[in-house]
Design a protein around this ligand. Structure first.
Ligand code: 9YT
Length: 140
């Protein structure tokens, strides 16, 4: 059994801070669960265009308020604590935070923790043989 705490991720390589969000990675690919599990804080006022072409992601809001827009149809879905959205079609989307939002995120396949968002808003797929100290893939 694996037991982790949020506090145990803080200040480690599992805590990734960016201008729009801070993600605390509780479970990564290295845990061999087939998914990764993140406790992510979206900063108030953040507007984040994203499209995970290589991953499926479910995002469960447990604190705060905002909206997610699906770019294909322009529909804005309101989000508050208790709302989950699942990007089952690798949907291009824009997440907007009215307040700080706390999101529990699950990625399939799991991320390694070294990906950064590309210009297309996606994370690249990182294969095992690329793992290990590639600074190009570190947080930014
Ligand atoms: C909600 C969302 O996708 N935020 C971007 C960060 C991502 N959750 C991550 O890498 O933890």
């Amino acid at each position: 059994m694996i037991v982790r705490t949020l506090n145990g991720t803080l200040g480690t390589e599992r805590e990734i801070d960016t201008p729009g969000w801070t993600s605390r990675r509780l479970l990564l690919k290295s845990e061999n669960m087939g998914f990764s599990l993140h406790d992510t804080l979206i900063k108030p006022g953040a507007e984040l265009p994203m499209c995970y072409r290589n991953h499926l992601e479910a995002v469960y809001c447990i604190e705060g308020e905002g909206e997610v827009e699906t770019v294909a149809d322009g529909v804005r879905h309101q989000i508050k604590a208790g709302t989950v959205y699942a990007l089952d079609r690798h949907d291009e989307h824009i997440l907007r935070a009215r307040t700080q939002m706390r999101m529990v995120c699950v990625f399939n396949p799991p991320i390694t923790g070294r990906e950064v968002h590309g210009d297309d808003g996606a994370y690249p797929l990182v294969e095992d043989d690329e793992a290990g100290g590639n600074d190009d893939l570190r947080a930014g």
